[in-house]
Design a protein around this ligand. Structure first.
Ligand code: ZN
Length: 480
């Protein structure tokens, strides 16, 4: 029912004059009785509460005479809307610039709907017709949302929440296409702020890792995909967030963006985020299928969502020729450095740490309490990958298992469980990997001996030295 007005929320977005704030005005379809208006409490990609209501400066209903009506809350992020009120007006403070935030200035309107869109808690199927009323028609708009007659259209609440946009007087923009079997996938690369570093190499690397990832999976989840780069010249940033048909990647300031290290960071984040198009946007833990934005949603599977993605994102840079073996070894040394110097990995398993990201997963927290789904998860993915390659004489790998997960869970959108994941790894390997699961996913055993053996299988020698302060330094060398 794409054009049925009774299924549409008409939403107008504009900047509060000269302020770092956005005014939203939404007309919801008429329904019977009072209803509840919900703001998300978290956003996918950050598995903790974002408590976005802290940025709501004002929230009112508008009655049929155009008068403002005060709304009472029934929860921290939920407002009771009295019978007969269908129009809501709210003001959102928009002065944080990162890959998951909402920000407005003289030359940028950058919106992550999951921060600031209200939805009807009882009707998630309503489509959004979004009117960027104060954006000049000459401005560029980067988004995966279709633009119809000057309006951005989201087919339902989940689609809206997963589709950021950035609008600016001028955005750098290039495209490329990857063909896989019958499928032609069109990619857009947009940047706000700085131009990308080494633009020719930047685009070549995007093409290379996109081709490589798509060919391993055999298909891409959508036919059009957008990389939205926020490259503020004078602001510190380093962050990426995945979406179903796009990603936002932030890096700044200019000295960092234009340095060799900054280039490597951007490409590293980009490959990671693209891998998320399959792993987590489609191959998704059952707790997040679908996302429930109204409450905390802990899962023990962060070591798959972020661990496998971190490992694979880097591995595909090597596969695609964006980095060489030395570059990959540098990344693994850095990974092992973080892994071995975190005593928390020996205290709380990565599965339990995943559940607890909702408490303090993105902060240092109590020293030695927990592991990281990114670091410990990536180390575990490496051990699983090497095991599968070893027992199958290099005929299969973790990528083979991810392809099966894409076909059986991602495509039909069936929520993933830990048992299903380990079953598919076993199916691919021809034997169970329960020792790895027991020791390093659900347990807290030291990985060192298994890491040394796994690197040996890969023709690399892993060694460590402890300095006088007890900090472990690792070295990876090609075996002679
Ligand atoms: Zn990620």
């Amino acid at each position: 029912m794409p054009n049925n007005i009774s299924n549409t929320i008409k939403l107008k977005v504009e900047r509060v004059k000269c302020k770092s704030a956005l005014k939203f005005e939404a007309v919801f379809p008429k329904n019977e009785g009072s209803w509840e208006a919900q703001l998300p409490v978290w956003r996918p990609g950050r598995y903790e509460r974002g408590n976005f209501a802290q940025y709501i400066l004002k929230m009112v209903g508008i009655d049929d005479r155009g008068e403002e009506v005060k709304l009472e809350k029934s929860d921290l992020h939920r407002w009771i809307v009295p019978s007969g009120i269908y129009r809501l007006r709210w003001i959102f403070q928009a002065d944080i610039l990162n890959a998951g935030s909402t920000y407005v200035s003289d030359d940028l309107q950058y919106v992550n709907p999951v921060n600031c869109f209200i939805y009807d808690s009882n009707n998630h199927d309503l489509r959004y017709k979004i009117d960027l009323s104060d954006i000049d028609s000459s401005w560029d708009i980067a988004t995966a949302l279709p633009i119809v007659d000057g309006h951005l259209i989201a087919r339902d609440m989940q689609h809206a929440m997963d589709s950021p946009w950035m609008a600016a007087p001028k955005l750098w923009h290039q495209e490329y296409t990857v063909n896989e079997g019958e499928q032609n996938v069109k990619f857009h690369v947009w940047t706000y702020g700085d131009a990308p570093p080494q633009p020719k190499r930047f685009m070549d690397d995007h093409i290379a890792f996109s081709k490589s990832q798509i060919s391993y999976f055999g298909s891409f989840p959508c036919d059009e995909y957008h990389f939205l780069y926020l490259l503020p010249s004078e602001m510190d940033a380093r962050h990426g967030v995945e979406h179903e048909e796009s990603t936002v990647i932030a890096l700044g300031p200019s000295e960092r963006i234009q340095s060799d290290k900054g280039y490597d960071e951007l490409i590293g984040i980009a490959s990671h985020e693209l891998y998320h198009s399959w792993n987590v946007k489609r191959i998704r833990p059952s707790e997040w299928t679908p996302y429930n934005f109204a409450k905390s949603s802990p899962s023990r599977l962060g070591y798959i969502a972020e661990g496998v993605t971190t490992y694979m994102g880097d591995l595909f840079l090597l596969e695609a020729g964006c980095i060489d073996l030395k570059g990959w070894c540098d990344k693994m040394e850095e990974l092992f450095f973080r892994h071995l110097n975190n005593p928390g990995r020996l205290n709380l398993s990565v599965a339990d740490s995943s559940y607890d990201t909702w408490l303090d997963g993105y902060r240092p927290g109590v020293h030695g309490r927990k592991g990281s789904i990114y670091v410990e998860g990536s180390v575990l993915a490496f051990l699983c990958d090497t095991r599968i390659m070893k027992v199958t004489d290099n005929k299969k790998s973790l990528s083979s298992a991810m392809k099966i997960l894409w076909e059986r869970f991602g495509m039909p959108r069936i929520g993933l469980t830990a048992d299903a994941y380990w079953d598919i790894l076993a199916e691919v390997a021809g034997e169970r990997l329960d020792d790895l699961r027991l020791k390093y996913a659900d347990g807290t055993e030291d990985t060192w001996d298994d890491l040394v053996s796994a690197m040996e299988i890969n023709g690399l020698k892993l060694s460590q030295i402890k300095d006088e302060k007890g900090i472990v330094k690792v070295k990876l060398t090609v075996q002679s």
